[in-house]
Design a protein around this ligand. Structure first.
Ligand code: MG
Length: 314
């Protein structure tokens, strides 16, 4: 019955589209959905973290960008910046490919070259952020975000990481945009003074690395991009954090186990509702691989379709 109903619905769309185009019987006219999709997408601010496409994107970047625009994406968050290039392509050439497709680069994920922060490598990190921030000013981003967690084995080490984040924030601010931090799950493990490793578990003593980051970074220098899936995987409630830190969590990674809305884990409606109530609007879809053998482009398309249909997503 469902198939028959869909068939009838599609048949009527075909007829309507053909009539509107004034070309009954012309196969080209049988695409009435595209103007409808364009009208819908124009009103939604759907972003994509390009890591979601893996190597598929770099087989044909201009073609891939056009596909993303067609799917309903409006903005991009880069991954793969390094030394003036994005995925090996000169960054200004890459920007032109994005611009030509009618998309906009609004954010970028970049990690400094060291994973353990010490007083002796602080200048290496600062120099890296200076060059990176200058390049991103040319790209015209709104945000520069670090997605990788440095070593945080104790409260003291975690607090020092916060000092380094503040320094990165000063450098980004001087270039014209804020610095942000993106989490995975391990930031929700707890550390203790003098500790030798963060531990999960509600019965363990200590404070979560994420809470220490929030409390010890300067709100005028460091914002947070909450990856809501990894927060849940870290046994945390994204809505609770959005309520508690409305002025700190300015960006979201909208992510599920794979395609949005397919698992039973994520309450995106509550998450979006609180995010918008906090006065924020920029978010990026992310998938980290498709478990069913389909391509990442297909997964990314399904995510856009989910958000275009979702009344709670703008
Ligand atoms: Mg993420």
């Amino acid at each position: 019955m469902t198939n028959r109903r869909n068939f009838l619905k599609n048949a009527s769309l075909f007829t309507l589209g053909s009539l509107m185009a004034g070309k009954v019987g012309n196969a080209v006219a049988a695409q009435p959905a595209s103007p409808v999709v364009s009208a819908t997408t124009a009103s939604k601010n759907i972003g994509l973290q390009i890591y979601s496409l893996g190597g598929e994107l770099f087989k044909d970047v201009p073609g891939g960008m056009k596909k993303l625009k067609q799917m309903g994406y409006a903005t991009l968050e880069l991954a793969g910046y390094g030394d003036g290039k994005v995925g090996g392509i000169d960054m200004m050439e890459f920007k032109k490919m994005v611009d030509d497709a009618g998309l906009k680069i609004t954010s970028s994920h970049v990690n400094p070259p060291v994973g353990e922060y010490t007083k002796s490598n602080l200048n290496v990190i600062k120099d890296f952020w200076k060059k990176t921030a200058d390049d991103h000013a040319k790209l015209g981003v709104k945000y520069l975000v670090q997605p990788g967690q440095p070593s945080t084995r104790s409260v003291e080490e975690t607090q020092y990481v916060c000092e380094v984040f503040n320094e990165a924030g000063k450098i980004a601010k001087a270039a014209g945009f804020p610095f942000g931090y993106h989490n995975h799950d391990f930031e929700f493990a707890k550390v203790v003074p003098g500790g030798n490793g963060a531990k999960f578990g509600r019965h363990n003593p200590g404070e979560s690395v994420y809470d220490i980051f929030l409390k010890n970074t300067d709100p005028s220098l460091v914002l947070f991009e909450m990856d809501v899936y990894w927060a849940v995987m870290g046994q945390a409630d994204p809505v609770e954090y959005l309520q508690k830190y409305p002025d700190r969590i300015k960006l979201l990674h909208i992510k599920d186990r794979a395609v949005l809305g397919k698992s039973g884990m994520m309450n995106f409606e509550s998450i979006f509702k609180q995010f918008y109530a906090n006065g924020n609007k920029d978010y990026f879809v992310e998938i980290e691989g498709m478990p069913d053998g389909r391509t990442q482009f297909e997964g990314v398309k399904d995510c856009a379709t989910y958000l275009l249909k979702a009344k709670f997503a703008k």
